[in-house]
Design a protein around this ligand. Structure first.
Ligand code: PEP
Ligand code: MN
Length: 346
C-alpha cells in the first residue's frame, strides 16, 4: 500500500508516518512528487491497521496497490524515473547522460568485445554518430558452450580505455553475483540478459550493489514477470533500473525474435522506469534494425540498445544483426526526425 500525504504536510508529519511504519517492521520508500509526498510500505502489509495509519496527522489517504509489483508501478510513483549515468567519478572525463528524460538514450556497440582495436574503433564510430553510451559484452551467455564466450577482464580493461577515449559510459552484461566487484570497477551499467531475467540471486545482488541496471525481458516472460523481476532489484533500494524489450519467442521464424511493440506503451503506462528497446536481438537481421528502431521511438521508448560492428562479417557473435558504421550513422539521422515528431530529442 501507499500512504499519500496531504499537500503541504510538514516534515514532522511525514517523519512520524515513516516512524510508525518502520516501527511495525516495514521498510519505506519515499516518492517526493511536485505537490505531495507518497510513502510506500514495503513488505506484506496485510496485518497493518490501515485505519489508524489513515488517521495520522498529514495523511490524506491510504491506497492499496493491487498489482503484484509495487515499487515499479506508476500508482506508487507517478513521475518518470530519471537515471543519472555519470562516469566522472571513475575517469575524470565527463560525458554522463540521463536515461528517461526528453532526450533519448542511444546505447551502441558490438555484441562482444573482441579486441582492443575493435572496441576502440567502434567506440569512436558510435560517438561520432551521436550515441550516448557504449555497449560490449565481456562475458557472453552463448547458447553453445563452444561459441566465443568473451574476453573476460581483458575486455573490461579495453572498455574502460574506450570510455577514457570517448567519454561514453559503459554497458556490459553480468552473469553471476560474484562478478559484481569486478564489473562495477569498470562499467557504468550492468546489463542482465534475457536468460537471467529470473535469476533471483543475481537480481538480489545487483539490487544490493545499488548500481544502474539494464534489465532485459526474458525471451519467454510476460510483461508482468519483467516488472516483478525489476521489483526484486527495487526492493533492495536500488532505484536505477532500466527495462529492455528485446523481442520474445513466437511461432514466427523469419526473425530471430518478435519485437513486442505493445510492451513499450504498456510499460510506459504501468511503470515509471525507463524503457529501452533492443532492435538487434528482436530482429536478428541488420536490415530490419533501422525500421524497428524508428517504430520503437515512435511508440514511446526512452532509448535503444543497438549492435554496431566496424566489420560485421568478421564478428565473433551476432554479426548478422550488427550495423556497420555508415548504416548506424544513417539510422541516427533518420531517428532524429522521428524523435522530433514525437517531442523527443536525440
Ligand atoms: C546481448 O545484448 O548481446 C544479449 C546477449 O542480449 P539478450 O540477453 O537480449 O539475448
Ligand atoms: Mn548480441
Amino acid at each position: 500500500m501507499i500512504v499519500i500525504m496531504r499537500m503541504g504536510a510538514s516534515a514532522e508529519e511525514i517523519q512520524s508516518v515513516v516512524d510508525r511504519i518502520s516501527g511495525l517492521g516495514f521498510r519505506t520508500h519515499m516518492s517526493q512528487g511536485e505537490e505531495r509526498t507518497i510513502i510506500g510500505v514495503i513488505g506484506d502489509e496485510r496485518p497493518v491497521n490501515k485505519d489508524s495509519l489513515a488517521r495520522m496527522q498529514g495523511v490524506e489517504r491510504i491506497v492499496p496497490i493491487l498489482r503484484p509489483y509495487k515499487l515499479a508501478s506508476r500508482d506508487f510513483q507517478p513521475h518518470d524515473t530519471l537515471i543519472e549515468i555519470n562516469p566522472l567519478a571513475k575517469t575524470g572525463d565527463y560525458r554522463g547522460c540521463t536515461v528517461g528524460g526528453k532526450r533519448l538514450t542511444i546505447i551502441a556497440g558490438p555484441c562482444a568485445v573482441e579486441s582492443r582495436e575493435q572496441i576502440l574503433e567502434t567506440a569512436q564510430i558510435v560517438k561520432e554518430a551521436g550515441a550516448h553510451m557504449l555497449r560490449g559484452g565481456a562475458y557472453k551467455p552463448r547458447t553453445s558452450p563452444y561459441s566465443f564466450q568473451g574476453l573476460g577482464e581483458d575486455a573490461l580493461v579495453y572498455l574502460a580505455e574506450a570510455r577514457q577515449a570517448t567519454g561514453l559510459p559503459i554497458v556490459t552484461e553480468i552473469m553471476a553475483p560474484e562478478q559484481i566487484p569486478l564489473l562495477t570497477k569498470y562499467a557504468d551499467v550492468l546489463q542482465i540478459g534475457t536468460r537471467n531475467m529470473q535469476n533471483y540471486a543475481l537480481l538480489h545482488a545487483v539490487g544490493e550493489a545499488g548500481f544502474p541496471v539494464l534489465l532485459k525481458r526474458g525471451m519467454m516472460c510476460t510483461i508482468e514477470e519483467l516488472l516483478m523481476s525489476a521489483e526484486y532489484i527495487l526492493s533492495h533500494g536500488n532505484r536505477k533500473v532500466m527495462l529492455c524489450e528485446r523481442g520474445i519467442r513466437t511461432f514466427e521464424t523469419y526473425t530471430r525474435n518478435t519485437l513486442d511493440i505493445n510492451a513499450v506503451p504498456v510499460l510506459k503506462e504501468l511503470t515509471h522506469l525507463p524503457v529501452i528497446v533492443d532492435p538487434s536481438h528482436a530482429t536478428g537481421k541488420w536490415n530490419l534494425v533501422s525500421a524497428v528502431s524508428r517504430a520503437s521511438v515512435a511508440a514511446g521508448a526512452d532509448g535503444l540498445i543497438v549492435e554496431v560492428h566496424p566489420h560485421p562479417e568478421k564478428a565473433l557473435s551476432d554479426g548478422g544483426q550488427s550495423l556497420r558504421s555508415a548504416r548506424f550513422a544513417e539510422m541516427m539521422t533518420q531517428l532524429r526526425r522521428v524523435a522530433d515528431a514525437v517531442g523527443r530529442t536525440l
